[in-house]
Design a protein around this ligand. Structure first.
Ligand code: UN1
Length: 515
């Protein structure tokens, strides 16, 4: 059992985590011991893990100045040389994969396997970024004027602000930083105040690599804080891009503040992801995909499956299979590999979960698998809940909302167009899936008349995206794209260049201007 190998003190010494940590780091220097102190508790056993200072406005300003200063130098490094630093970071992550995976699991509450998976995502995006560091391509175009050359290039942008959520405390930061660094940007990270220790650990792993490579101090900054730091960042003209992951409520505030100063915002917000299960589905795949999507990470992924839209002919069969599958779930300490479901992040999340159950019942939802908070031995932290399943109607208000917990809704359909309309009929647009072996249905689902989400899968669940594709969604999910494909472009500024190598000055659009 992995749990017996878990030694918190050892992990702390590996990552140099002390009883009370500082508030801010420029990459080689931790400072800021004037702000409020925040205590971090593990949702696994409710124990206090450590105390961390929150940054003051003065700490924040000091960091930004360092990040700006570092940018002046970092942007001049050849991109492949920056890539080499990221390559070494990825090697270091491989070395620290197990203790970091354990810390993620203990601080955030996801299973150890998922903790390791998260570190793997960090490694993968670093590897992707290393290749990218030699491929920051622009296009060349044919000019309409004779003896003119036209092309575009991408230049480093500046300081990138990163606001990340507790649920993927390290991977999402890496999606942003690995790209930003090879693009020549410097980064300032506000991790979730619910998961500060994993941030300390990441910065610690990084420090050695950066020192060895003489990376300027300030390329990777960390600032501990709550929404107030997020506000400073969003309103700060010195931060040309703010990348924020979290709730739609938070994203609307960040988007409005960044928009008001005409900065760039990359928003990756709430999802309300559905899986359509067609009568032509392979039910073995469908059930595993649905259950993992709904209860994995205790339903706290933005890609978690929240709705199953099931064809009427197989509705009762799927219902029975789900009921049987849910019976086999064991809930408990996520460091024990025999458990499938760990705790929610904190007691506040448990309250939100309970409110949702009440709302569904009030609106007339029928219980298929009963939920509820767990108490007693093994559940002392007060953060463990039972995954719940309800049969609902599409007009229920609660079905329109994202609850960050393992609550799954079942809906029935008779026609594929109706199923797609139900799938699209929510404010969010992150991830979606169809389970079918019917080519016509799957193509329709992927067509412009199909899913309106940023991610649309066939015979795969809604969660567990690979880093190689662009990650993000439409509508209230915020429209941003992180991670793979050409998501790197948002971390750079684009410039179009036209060069005249002739002896005349012909004007574009055929305009004559004789003087
Ligand atoms: C998130 O929940 O914010 O696709 C990110 C997935 C993971 C990332 C989720 N690769 O489920």
């Amino acid at each position: 059992m992995a749990q017996s190998n878990f030694n918190l003190q050892q992990i702390f010494s590996t990552f140099n985590i002390k009883e009370t940590n500082a508030a801010a780091s420029t990459g080689s220097n931790w400072f800021g011991r004037e702000g409020e102190v925040k205590t971090s508790f593990s949702p696994v056993d409710g124990k206090e893990i450590a105390k961390v200072y929150l940054a003051t406005e003065a700490d924040y300003n000091k960091l930004i100045e360092k990040a700006q200063e570092a940018f002046q130098e970092w942007r001049l490094w050849p991109a492949p040389r920056r890539g080499e630093v990221v390559r070494q970071y990825s090697e270091a992550l491989r070395k620290f994969k197990e203790p970091l995976g354990q810390l993620v699991s203990y601080e955030m509450g996801k299973s150890y396997q998922e903790g390791l998976g998260e570190v793997q995502e960090m490694i993968d995006i670093c590897d992707f970024a290393v290749g990218l560091s030699r491929q920051l391509h622009g296009l060349t175009m044919h000019s309409e004027r004779s003896k003119h050359r036209m092309y575009e290039q991408y230049h480093p942008l500046g300081v990138v602000g990163i606001i990340s959520a507790f649920n993927f405390p390290v991977a999402v930061w890496s999606w942003n930083t690995a790209l930003a660094w090879v693009c020549g940007d410097t980064t300032i990270w506000k991790p979730s105040e619910k998961t500060p220790l994993t941030a300390l650990a990441c910065q610690h792993i990084l420090e050695e690599v950066f020192r060895k490579n003489e990376v300027p101090e300030g390329v990777s900054c960390v600032v501990m804080g709550d929404y107030r730091i997020g506000e400073l960042m969003s309103n700060d003209k010195r931060v040309p891009l703010v990348s924020a992951t979290g709730s739609t409520r938070m994203g609307k505030k960040v988007g409005a503040a960044v928009g008001a100063r005409l900065g760039k915002a990359l928003l990756e917000l709430g999802g309300n992801n559905a899986m359509i299960i067609s009568k032509d589905a392979d039910l073995k795949l469908a059930i595993i995909g649905a259950v993992f999507g709904a209860v994995g990470t205790a339903g706290q992924r933005c890609t978690s499956t929240r709705r199953l839209i099931i064809h009427e002919d197989i509705y009762d069969t799927v219902k029975q299979k789900l009921k049987d599958a849910y019976k086999q779930l064991s809930i408990g300490n996520p460091l024990d590999p025999s458990n499938h479901v760990g705790p929610l992040i904190d007691k506040e999340a448990v309250e939100m979960y309970k409110n949702t159950l009440q709302k569904v019942e009030k609106e007339g939802g029928k219980v298929l698998v009963e939920g509820g908070a767990l108490e007693g031995a093994g559940y002392e932290s007060g953060c463990y809940v039972k995954p719940a399943v309800y049969e609902v109607e599409k007009h229920f208000e609660v079905v329109q909302q994202e609850t960050f917990a393992p609550v799954l809704y079942l809906l029935k359909y008779s026609d594929i167009n109706e199923a797609i309309a139900i799938q699209n009929g929510v404010p969010q647009g992150l991830s979606s899936a169809i389970m079918t072996n019917n080519l016509r249905e799957s193509e329709l689902f992927l067509s412009h008349a199909g899913s309106d989400c940023g991610i649309a899968n066939v015979n795969i669940g809604t969660s567990g995206a690979e880093i190689g594709g662009a990650f993000g969604g439409e509508k209230e999910t915020g429209g941003g794209r992180e991670s793979g494909s050409d998501a790197w472009k948002v971390y750079m500024r684009r410039q179009t260049n036209t060069i005249n190598y002739g002896e005349d000055l012909p004007l574009a659009q055929g305009i004559k201007f004789n003087i």
